[in-house]
Design a protein around this ligand. Structure first.
Ligand SMILES: Cc1ncc(COP(=O)(O)O)c(C=O)c1O
Length: 370
């Protein structure tokens, strides 16, 4: 299928105008480059979930003739205990990505504006454009953190949604609680404030501050998104959650969502993962050690790195990122690159096991010295 057939088949011009449609033929080529590539491109965990999580999911399989709990009661109760936020203020999604899309659906009308950092997670732009809103992308600071001052300045009376990401993907930098407080206080009440914390557990391990206490002082609408995909190693079952500022904000997400989002196996797996914090924490600690090896190794090869606290490192290389990516792919290593204008030489590498770091650095040396 090419662009022409999409234009003929899809009536909605907002869908047709989405910038990042990749033809399936390209995906096919990418994933057949080698049979077992090292997956350092999607910020996944290199470790499987703990045995108790796998057992819980197997057990849940026995009852999949039934629909899942549409209100995720066991999981939101456990999340309420963990976060200290009442269960009635927690909403679940099929990955936090689904919640990002829902935030766009509940906050936006055509003609509104959305403020988001750049470079950052592509779904923020998608949430804006697919709802007919325009995106004001505000460049991150030199250290890679969201530029809070500039984002606040970009707000006007048409702004209905503001995305903060801490730590930000792809730079890996986090905000302090006082920076989040400034946003929480100054974003108008007519604007939904979203704080994307998909890498929350990594930020905590690195000594970051939990933004929930300061967000709790905001009177306008807000929501924090977290994920089981990263630190908990459960990307494949798709569970994310939103901690909302009020039950009214939860109500918005409930109205916009599909009836049985988050399947029964995923709910069981996420619940078991929450009960095995030790497993998650040991993996996050291992990732932190490996992250420093990746960063130092890339710097040793002459690259400039952003100071990341997450499970990935973004680095500026002397070569075009697309060429580095292709060369690594031919050697069986998948990485990602930044598509933002001005960042053409930036690659993003997901932290893996130590043998993956070794392979990456050794192949990078050959590519950069060729
Ligand atoms: C900043 C950020 N937010 C959200 C997501 C979506 O995560 P998931 O849908 O797997 O919960 C990602 C995934 O990479 C991300 O990097």
């Amino acid at each position: 299928m090419n662009d022409r057939t999409i234009i003929e088949v899809i009536p909605n011009p907002l869908v047709r105008s989405m910038p990042t449609w990749v033809p399936p033929s390209l995906f096919k080529k990418r994933f057949t480059a080698t049979s077992h590539p090292k997956r350092m491109h999607l910020n996944e965990s290199p470790y499987p979930p703990s045995p108790s999580v796998i057992d819980a999911m197997k057990k849940a399989c026995e009852a999949v003739n039934r629909y899942p709990d549409a209100h995720w009661q066991a999981l939101v109760t456990a999340l309420a205990e963990r976060t200290g936020i009442p269960a009635a203020r927690i909403v679940l999604g099929n990955g936090s990505d689904e919640l990002i899309a829902s935030a766009g659906r509940i906050a936006l009308m055509p003609g509104d504006t959305v403020i988001a950092p750049v470079p950052s997670f592509a779904s923020f732009a998608k949430a804006a454009l697919i709802n007919g809103a325009s995106l004001r992308a505000v460049k991150v600071r030199k250290d890679g953190a969201c530029d809070v001052e500039a984002m606040l300045e970009a707000i006007d009376e048409t702004t209905r949604l503001l995305f903060l990401a801490t730590p930000n993907n792809p730079t890996g930098a986090m905000l302090t609680a006082s920076e989040v407080r400034k946003v929480a206080m100054e974003v108008p009440e007519t604007c939904l404030l979203v704080v994307d914390e998909a890498y929350h557990e990594f930020a905590m391990q690195a000594g970051g501050e939990d933004p929930l206490p300061v967000l709790n002082t905001r009177t306008g609408p807000w929501v924090v998104f977290r994920s089981f995909s990263k630190a908990y190693g459960l990307a494949g079952i798709r569970v994310g959650y939103g901690i909302c500022g009020s039950e009214e904000v939860v109500g918005g997400f409930q109205l916009a969502r599909n009836a049985f989002t988050v399947n029964a196996i995923a709910q069981a797996g996420a619940l078991a993962a929450l009960q095995d914090t030790e497993h998650m924490e040991s993996i996050v600690a291992a990732m932190a050690t490996e992250r420093e090896r990746v960063s130092a190794g890339l710097r040793g090869l002459g690259c400039e790195t952003f100071p990341s606290v997450a499970n990935f490192v973004t680095a500026r290389t002397r070569l075009a990122a697309v060429d580095v990516m292709k060369a690594l792919e031919a050697r069986g290593i998948l990485i990602s690159r930044l598509s933002t204008k001005g960042f053409e030489n930036h690659i993003r590498v997901t932290v893996g096991k130590s043998e993956e770091t070794n392979a990456l650095l050794s192949e990078m040396r050959k590519i950069l010295e060729a």
